[in-house]
Design a protein around this ligand. Sequence first.
Ligand code: SAH
Length: 364
Amino acid sequence: MKKSIIGLSRNQIGELLLSLGVSEKNLKMRISQIFHSIYFKGSKKIDEITTISKKLREDLNQSYSLERNKIKKEVVSKDKTRKWLLSLQDDKEIETVFIPEKKRGSLCISSQVGCTLNCSFCHTGTMPLVRNLTAFEIMSQVLLAKDELDDWEGNSDIRKLTNIILMGMGEPLYNYEEVSKAIKIIIDSEGINISKRKVTLSTAGIVPMIERLGEELDVGLAISLHAVNDDIRNTLVPINRKYPIKELIAALKKYTEAKSSRKITFEYVMLKNVNDSISDARELCRIISGIPAKINLIPFNPWPLSIYECSDEKKIRAFSEVITRAGYSSPVRKPRGRDIMAACGQLVSQSKRTSRHDQGGINV
Ligand code: SAH
């Protein structure tokens, strides 16, 4: 199979063009033309890159293509959320979710097949096999969504896909190189052209990577906090044993202090009688004080064999009020696509669904 140009960085395309005899002088322009055609116009074949010469198109066609991964299945929720199951070249599968809202449309993309973090309330952690996605596979999710939504420039003045959230399967900061390559294409004005303020990366808190993320990419940062003390967080988000709350908060303080416009989104899943008391809410405000932040309360989305229940609505409201009174915005995330198992933490693509007990210690 020919190698796809999708997901290659500007530099990599440059190297490729040099090897085909493009001169140094024309290099930058040629790269821009190719980028524009693939990511702005949505070309699916090298022959459609009509801004470059026929000869260059023929040379590229010898060993390269604009092939994307394939959609194996689409499910549409009654709330119009769409979930796509993509099959990868090695027959592994990932899921991508499009969440349309009144004034925006967010695409929730995956960064790994499965996830190694094994958060006890998350379905993705039950997948038996895990590997990192390549930048090609990450960008394929974006391109396929734009294909399906008919969202290419020229087709419509109003973009349907306005926001990208790295909140699908996997831990993006465990796949930093490929994720960052993809993000650079997403925020490139000749690429997908979505501003970095509209790209949000969600992490369980891989502390040593947070500073680097701020320096190199500076996209929105969401932290899956979910608990206010190490005992509970150790069971909910086991990576906490490696990077405990104190270290995480210290890294986030540094992160927000480095740039005044920065704000952290804390994600907090509401689990009945586990982390949803009023004193938890007060403690939450205490530990994050000094960090410009918003707290996104996520009603727990159930999945087969999960051992948790979602907190009662009243409890969620009371929790939210404490936080609001402390001066933080605390929207309750409306579950989207629950009926098609597309909501937060419900993504799992293997046909074989395992229970927690079946898992081995799988590492990337
Ligand atoms: N690994 C990254 C990316 C996953 S994002 C991270 O941990 O942030 C998915 C978000 O949904 C995370 O905040 C995750 O904790 C949350 N989540 C996982 N399972 C959930 C569930 N069953 N109900 C609600 N939210 C869930």
